[in-house]
Ligand binder design. Sequence first.
Ligand SMILES: *[C@@H]1O[C@H](CO)[C@@H](O)[C@H](O)[C@H]1NC(C)=O
Ligand SMILES: *[C@@H]1O[C@H](CO)[C@@H](O)[C@H](O)[C@H]1NC(C)=O
Length: 612
Amino acid sequence: MAKLCSGIILLVLLSILTHGNSDEFSRKLSKKAMGLKREKLSHLHFYFHDIVGGKSPTAVKIAEAAMTNRSATGFGLLAMIDDPLTVGPEPNSKIVGRAQGIYAQASLNDVGLLMVLNFAFVEGKYNGSSLSVLGRNSVMSAVREMPIVGGSGLFRFARGYAQAKTHTFDFKTGDAVVESGEFLTGISQLIFGLSRCHSTDSETDCELVTKMGTPMKHSSNSRRRNGTMRLFVTTFIGVVFGFFLGVTFPTISLTKLPLPTNLFPSIDLPEMEDKFSGLSTQALLNVLNSLKGRGGSSRKNNGPKIWVPSNPRGAERLPPGIVESESDLYTRRLWGLPSEDLIIKPRYLVTFTVGLKQKNNIDAAVKKFSENFTIMLFHYDGLTSEWDDLEWSQRAIHVSIPKQTKWWYAKRFLHPDIVAPYDYIFIWDEDLGLEKFNAEEYIKLVRKHGLDISQPGLAPNSGLTWQMTKGRNDTEVHKETEEKPGYCTDPHLPPCAAFVEIMAPVFSRKAWRCVWHMIQNDLVHGWGLDFALRRCVEPAHEKIGVVDAQWIVHQTVPSLGSQGKSENGKAPWEGVRERCRREWTMFQDRMATAEMAYYKAMGMNPPNSTTN
Ligand SMILES: *[C@@H]1O[C@H](CO)[C@@H](O)[C@H](O)[C@H]1NC(C)=O
Ligand SMILES: *[C@@H]1O[C@H](CO)[C@@H](O)[C@H](O)[C@H]1NC(C)=O
């Protein structure tokens, strides 16, 4: 008897196992049996109402980060919505469904929202079906496109995209609402188009099923009247949103937002901001967007607009193909073909900050640089024609502005976008002896050792301040040193490593892009900059170093002192020196303050380093 029982059980098991053709939890379905035939496109169209204030808002802020109220774009804000979807734009228009979900401000630099929404439909054959949207809503764009990632019920297997466009807005006075007084109701138009389903005949209406699997609507085609399910729906949604998104970005400054101001020629942004300061910025953006489309000259101009957030700041209205965001210092001819202007494109840039007194020294120095270097002179004494007799002077670039410093010129004339063609940039003083220096060899070594910031070693007894920059006999390059006891808290930090001086630095293109931003407009002597260079490269103790094999002599000519002015009974050089020291302190303070502010804003614990 027991034997018989176990025989039966075995049979049952076998029949279960042989039933499925692959494994226990999945089996293949026939597309045909599921009614999946040819895909068809459908177009859906409706309006979207986003009410961001008043008595019954449909969009509310649910969370924000500690830094959100300090972010110019409201980064970190989360909002929940349950917005009605209607047939027409009027608030009392027939409701076809609701948009429910979350959006989050996920962009640090512009208003780019992460949208996670379900459109839950209640009307007609769509009742009970939903579509899901997951995408990016670049609010400032005229048309925003978001992917439809799926759906349920009638929209099973849906795919497609939604396009949102600002339609209209309604600015209301909410008598009943004491706190806010006024609020915005966003009326959005959602055009749903091109819903696709499987059908044998694309010309006729698709036959679709509800989520219960019962055909809701039968087409006239008898072949499909047998009740087979036709499930596969691909939906393209053309959405015209009025106020797609309302809700609160309460502390965002409109004037700080990267608004395409020229699109709103007649609107005074600060004034708008003032007037509507109690409102959400998003709502304001919607107002602006909508005003943009109204009346006046902008009405004529209702075609598609260009707005490319990835363009350089301020150039968003240009098609990317025409944007030339970098330039060079190459001189061009006034005739002939532009493409034939440049016989040689120097790959390196050398600048000297000079006065006529050092003419002979500079002449000797410049001769050490080949044609592969663009030579640029910053004349701090205003004397330039006196250099004309030098052969190389004709092809050099002369910038003459009296009584300024190297870092002042560098900030004004060496913007990273201007010097972008150069692999390496030398920003050198005038009192350097280059007898033993070969520039091409120097660059080879810098490349070989991966130095983004470097300087040649200094000959012994030539104006040495720091051990680090002292040239060595036995190496090509060194990246660290020992200093006097107590000078270095960490062997990887200045002045023991990650350190060169400011008299003869050489920057890679990449490093210069960072260092340029660190130069302060008012701190012209650059004191303290050398200690902070390490912030621009990572790891600094490997990418900053001194080239020993190509060394120079620092002649320590105190040229700047003579450019000073005597004041309060002090000699000019004393005033200059005093200011140098003061600037160093100011720079350190600014850096420390900026660093603390950043860590605090990001909710991070500052590392227990460093004032530099
Ligand atoms: C920003 O929000 C924090 C709380 O998250 C608050 O303590 C701080 O006062 C707010 N700052 C401003 C400027 O509103
Ligand atoms: C939608 O379906 C629900 C439940 O199935 C039903 O209660 C409701 O009346 C339907 N609405 C419309 C407009 O058909």
